[in-house]
Every structure is written in structure tokens, then in C-alpha cells.
Design a protein around this ligand. Structure first.
Ligand SMILES: [Zn+2]
Length: 314
């Protein structure tokens, strides 16, 4: 673990309550938010036991006009919030898609600085803003040696190929599907030692590169890769220059997963995949020093930390 603010015992985030507690505990609990101990103690008596989040379960018992967002998030977080159904919600220059139950989601970048502002216009025209603090994290340097020299200093023709391939992947991240697969409690796509963490500044063979955009899990070549949550396959190519076998699964509302360096891809673009389904196999294709799965997540073009998405689950 490398981030600076240690989570409080028994909970990770404080919940900004723009209203009273009654009724609302059920929604967060099902949505996978950990509650701070005080709130937990207050609400434990009325909360059901933890359940896998899905958007139907997230339906509030009664309609209300409160906004529910965490008071504070870490850099790289996926943030779930709740607004009155039918509201118009904007954040970071985007209008957020809302589910029929008023669930919204967005990502917080590695270098985001708070407070974040979410603006809400309710169906009756009333306006409210939620402010969310951002806890900064440490990003230690990671030196990666022994990658093929041609992947660190590519010749011009290869650099052009890399640009083209990255543009194709970027295009797959533009979609904003109505599916709310992101409300599931995410599971690890493979078991194994974490060999690279999100956000670390990286130096490849001594040359500074982009920060690490996901989480690396060491596993033997051929190990099945499971879908961490349901979604739709939006990109599949077994031979990209830097990332090798590359697969993207879209979880709705701009949230997507990418799986890199694969030795095999078992699904094709347009396929619906369910959580836990085998979608690919671990490999060491592209710029890689050994067999591992690189699992990245994004909110549109904002990279988010899969580890925080996993920890969101009680
Ligand atoms: Zn990686």
C-alpha cells in the first residue's frame, strides 16, 4: 500500500449527507459504500446484510430529493452518487448519465485536485451542488528494466503505428451506454501477486515514461482472465505494438476495463460478458517483461485505479 491517507478503521470514506439518514442507508450499503463507524453504528439496526450491488437493489424505498456523494475520495477513485431520479447532473464539463434510480458515476484522475463539484438540477428546477474533497496519494517511482529497446524508443514508423493503435483504443472509450454494470461489486480478474500499482511514475530502461495506468497481477501465461464485472466487449485485438493482446470491456456510463499483454482473447467486439466469465488468457505480449495481467480502468479518458474499485466492495 502506498497511499498517504490511511483509511479509518471500519470504513473508507465519509458520506456527505445532504439530508437526513432515514431510508438512505439501505441504498449506500447496497451500492457498496463503506460507512464511517459512527454512521454505521447509527444505521446498523436498519441496514440489511450486505448484498451484491445492482441497480434494481439500489432503488430507494421512497423518492426523495437528497444528493448522496462521498465527502472525500482518493485520487484514482470511481465515485458513485445518488440524485433524485430525473435530475440533470454535470461534473468536469460532462452531463452525467443517470439511471432510473438516480445513480450516477464518475472517475477521479490520478492528479485530480479537490474540491470536486457536482452540479444537480432537480426535476422541479431546484439546484444544488455537492462538493467532494480529494485526498492526495503518493506516487513512488518504479523502474522497469529489461523491456525491449524498440518499445521504449520506437523508430518513426513504429511511433506512427503506436499513435494509430492508441487512437483506436481511445475511440472505444468514448461510449456512454445506459447499462449500469458498473454498480456490481467488482472481482479480481485473476489471482496473483500485485507486481505493479496504478499511478506510479515509471522509468523504462532508464527513460521516463507515462505513469502506470492500471494494476499488474503476476500470473502464469495461459491463466484464464475473468470479467471483473459484466459488460460489453468494445475492442479486441491480439497484436497491438505496446500492449500486445488488448481487450476492452465497457461497464456502462463511460466506465470500462482494459486487459493488456494477453496471450489469447476468447470474446469478440459486441459480445455481452457476465461477471466471472472467462474472456481471455494471461500473456506477455507487447511491452512486457514477463507474464502478467495488466488490468486498467477508465471513466471515458480518465484513468482510475482498479484497486480502489475492488475496495469499494464491503
Ligand atoms: Zn501494467
Amino acid at each position: 500500500m502506498t497511499w498517504r491517507p490511511r483509511p479509518p478503521a471500519g470504513g473508507r470514506v465519509a458520506i456527505a449527507l445532504h439530508g437526513k439518514l432515514a431510508d438512505q442507508g439501505r441504498w449506500w450499503h447496497r451500492a457498496g459504500f463503506a460507512l464511517v463507524p459512527t454512521l454505521f453504528a447509527l444505521s446498523a439496526a436498519v441496514l440489511p446484510s450486505p448484498a451484491v450491488a445492482d441497480d434494481k437493489a439500489a432503488a430507494p424505498a421512497t423518492s426523495d430529493d437528497r444528493l448522496v456523494f462521498p465527502a472525500s475520495v482518493q485520487q484514482g477513485a470511481m465515485v458513485l452518487g445518488k440524485v433524485p431520479p430525473g435530475s440533470t447532473v454535470t461534473h468536469a464539463g460532462r452531463t452525467l448519465r443517470t439511471t432510473g434510480y438516480g445513480t450516477v458515476v464518475f472517475g477521479v484522475g490520478r492528479d485530480a485536485v479537490g474540491p470536486l463539484v457536482v452540479s444537480v438540477v432537480r426535476p422541479d428546477g431546484s439546484r444544488e451542488e455537492a462538493g467532494i474533497a480529494v485526498a492526495a496519494r503518493d506516487w513512488p517511482l518504479q523502474r522497469v528494466n529489461g523491456v525491449p529497446a524498440k518499445t521504449v524508443d520506437p523508430p518513426p514508423a513504429i511511433a506512427e503505428r503506436i499513435r494509430r493503435e492508441q487512437a483506436r483504443v481511445a475511440a472505444a472509450r468514448v461510449r456512454d451506454d445506459a447499462r449500469a454494470d458498473f454498480t456490481q461489486a467488482f472481482v479480481r480478474p485473476v489471482e496473483g501477486r500485485i507486481s505493479g500499482r496504478f499511478g506510479r511514475a515509471r522509468v523504462y530502461n532508464g527513460k521516463p515514461g507515462a505513469p502506470h495506468s492500471g494494476m499488474d497481477i503476476a500470473a502464469a501465461s495461459g491463466t484464464p482472465v475473468l470479467a471483473p464485472a459484466a459488460g460489453v466487449v468494445t475492442f479486441a485485438d491480439k497484436d497491438l505494438y505496446l500492449t500486445g493482446g488488448t481487450l476492452l470491456v465497457d461497464h456502462g456510463h463511460g466506465i470500462s476495463s482494459n486487459f493488456l499483454h494477453l496471450s489469447r482473447i476468447d470474446v469478440k467486439v459486441g459480445d455481452r460478458v457476465e461477471q466471472g466469465q472467462v474472456i481471455a488468457a494471461v500473456g506477455s505480449t507487447g511491452r512486457s517483461t514477463g507474464p502478467h495481467l495488466h488490468w486498467g480502468m477508465s471513466w471515458f479518458d480518465v484513468r482510475i485505479d482498479p484497486q480502489l474499485v475492488l475496495e469499494r466492495t464491503p
